[in-house]
Write a protein of this length. Sequence first.
Length: 305
Amino acid sequence: MRISTAFGNCLVPLVLACGLALPSSAAAAPPQELAPEQWCERLIPRLPTVTQALCLQGGFAATGRHSLQGFPLIAKDVPAVNRRKRPLRVLLMGGIHGDELTSAAIIYRWVADMNGPLAQSMDWRIMPVVNPDGLLAKKASRMNANGVDLNRNFPTPGWETEAPRYWQVRTRADPRRFPGMAPLSEPESRWVEDEMHGFRPDVIISVHAPFGVLDFDGPAQPPHRFGRLMLNRVGIYPGSLGNYGGVHRKVPVITIELPNAQQMPSQAEVRRIWVDMVRWIADNVRARSEKDVQAADDSAPAVRR
């Protein structure tokens, strides 16, 4: 694959020189070949308001990729109904932080509500639980099974120096925000990045909690509000999806921060956020040409995995 990095060689002595301890690495577990009924039974106790029936109705399928602990990474494609022209492509994901339970649960609620004409005019790739190991940990964890914050593990330019420096200085080596030993060191972040390259989205929606705001990165008019959530840009972080996708790959990235990580918004608010989001996409996102995609590919950092 792409990109070479010597980050592991520079991070370890740098961290040890500062007297800090690195999170321990977990060994990869064999893949778990689970049927949808089985993975739903595992997931729904952690997904507020999601029932077994709703989980199965979502129609998600195993992608052949797995988390570090072997849990299937699941996704679903919803193609546009009208294909007379190239539809907008939307990559929608939740649960990149395993302790933000509502960020995954709301995806299942939205999938059951995709029958409007605007939503049906778009191609969707939907990834509801990017970090199943964090979600299913004994105590739900922001990080994956390696103790890595997946939303700091994407290969933004200068990651090898900027990510460890930011982690050490700005977060005071907060283990909840450890960026990993190298960009794309984790199977879950590699999966997301591969989906970005394969699907070539025109916009990325990533759901988080619990700050109750909208964040935005990239080349489009930012949304003002979705439901009660107002735009409040929270900053640029080395290795974040917004930084990597929006700033460097030139794909608009909306980060939806729900107001509570454990308790779902009301049914009416779930619907309002969805309607406002789809309308914003239709009005403000343009389909990227092959030239745009190639330019973004050429400008992206290269990483060997």
